[in-house]
Design a protein around this ligand. Structure first.
Ligand SMILES: NC(=O)c1ccc[n+]([C@@H]2O[C@H](COP(=O)([O-])OP(=O)(O)OC[C@H]3O[C@@H](n4cnc5c(N)ncnc54)[C@H](OP(=O)(O)O)[C@@H]3O)[C@@H](O)[C@H]2O)c1
Length: 308
């Protein structure tokens, strides 16, 4: 049972809804909203208190694309936490390819860098007790009916993973919609590697599926955003079946993943092959690279090249 939970990117979208759903569980005594903006975090906290009738929310300010910011945030956390949901991220927007001081581009730094530092620091200080959930996406195994190709790395060496993180893997053709799947793959493999290193902590990877009602489409390039908001989400996906769901449904996957013992450490759970909604299944049954422990450890090593 998780009595205390920290959620990154908890001021809006899936993160805020996760804070709401988890706060309503009877065992939950403390929910930490890890956000980069104090004003947005205060608004979200007030909304959550109103919606749940609970006064169990705390704010910790930190930017997950910035190592120092995350380290400072960890210093503010005095009591150990049972579970954390590494949710902040997405496609980031126009600055996705920009190199941050860590050497990772902003897309990778936001989805991975600060999350790895957060977990490393909490573990070092004995402040993380039971479970870690890394938020991934069906962009990793791909979605054939939509023409979305699976991640296909040639060697999955440390160098190749590092090239994904600094963007050189993509040469001059950095397409954020493609790079996103590769970045989530690196983060996923890191979490699976951690599951073997820390057998007493549940390290699980979950995709929320294609979820309506978040700000995610806002960071897409304009033509794609227009198509998604006006055509794909309201018309095409519902017609196809098993391709989209409400935010409550997407977030229930996080709540189940982190709380329910049926979901096991060291597994990436997401939709069935070719789907973006419905039951969650182990992705390694059809995307077999996930099972390769050398690849998993290579992802971990590549990430740590950027952490000083
Ligand atoms: N929506 C989907 O269909 C879908 C599908 C698969 C996976 N996902 C994943 O689910 C997660 C949440 O996505 P969402 O749809 O809820 O997106 P969202 O509505 O855009 O929310 C993203 C959250 O991350 C925060 N964030 C972004 N950069 C940050 C940084 N550097 N430091 C701290 N917080 C930061 C944002 O804070 P600000 O408000 O300050 O920007 C916001 O709270 C992402 O990891 C995304 O890749 C989403």
């Amino acid at each position: 049972m998780n009595e205390s939970i920290l959620i990154t990117g908890a001021n809006t979208g899936l993160g805020q809804e996760a804070a709401r759903q988890l706060a309503l569980k009877k065992e939950t005594k403390r929910v930490i909203l890890f956000c980069r903006n104090q004003a947005k975090a205060e608004v979200a906290k007030k909304e959550l208190e109103e919606k749940t009738g609970k006064r169990i929310f705390e704010i910790v300010i930190g930017d997950v694309s910035d190592t120092n910011s995350v380290r400072k945030a960890v210093e503010k956390i005095k009591e150990p936490i049972d579970a954390i949901i590494l949710n902040a991220g997405g496609m980031v927007g126009k600055t996705a390819a920009k190199i941050t001081p860590s050497g990772m581009n902003e897309l990778a730094a936001t989805n991975i860098l600060g999350h790895v530092v957060l977990v490393d620091e909490l573990l070092k200080q004995d402040k993380l007790k039971k479970a870690v959930l890394f938020v991934s996406a069906e962009a990793v195994p791909g979605v054939k009916p939509l023409g979305m190709k699976p991640v296909a790395m040639k060697t999955s060496t440390v160098d190749e993973f590092a090239a994904v993180l600094d963007g050189t893997y993509f040469g001059n053709k950095f397409d954020v919609t493609q790079a996103y799947g590769y970045v989530k793959y690196v983060g996923t493999m890191w979490a699976l590697s951690m599951a073997r290193k820390y057998p007493d902590i549940k390290f699980i990877v979950v995709s929320p599926g294609n979820t309506k009602g978040t700000n995610a489409p806002d960071s897409l390039p304009a033509p794609m955003r227009f198509m998604l908001k006006n055509f794909m989400m309201p018309i095409v996906f519902p017609l196809m079946g098993g391709m989209v769901h409400k935010i409550e449904v997407g977030v229930k996957r996080f709540v189940d993943g982190i709380s329910d013992e049926r979901y096991k450490s060291g597994v990436f759970y997401a939709s069935k092959e070719g789907k973006l909604s419905g039951d969650m299944v182990d992705q390694s049954t059809f995307f077999t690279a996930l099972k390769n422990t050398t690849f998993q450890d290579n992802a971990d090593k590549a990430i740590h090249r950027f952490i000083k």
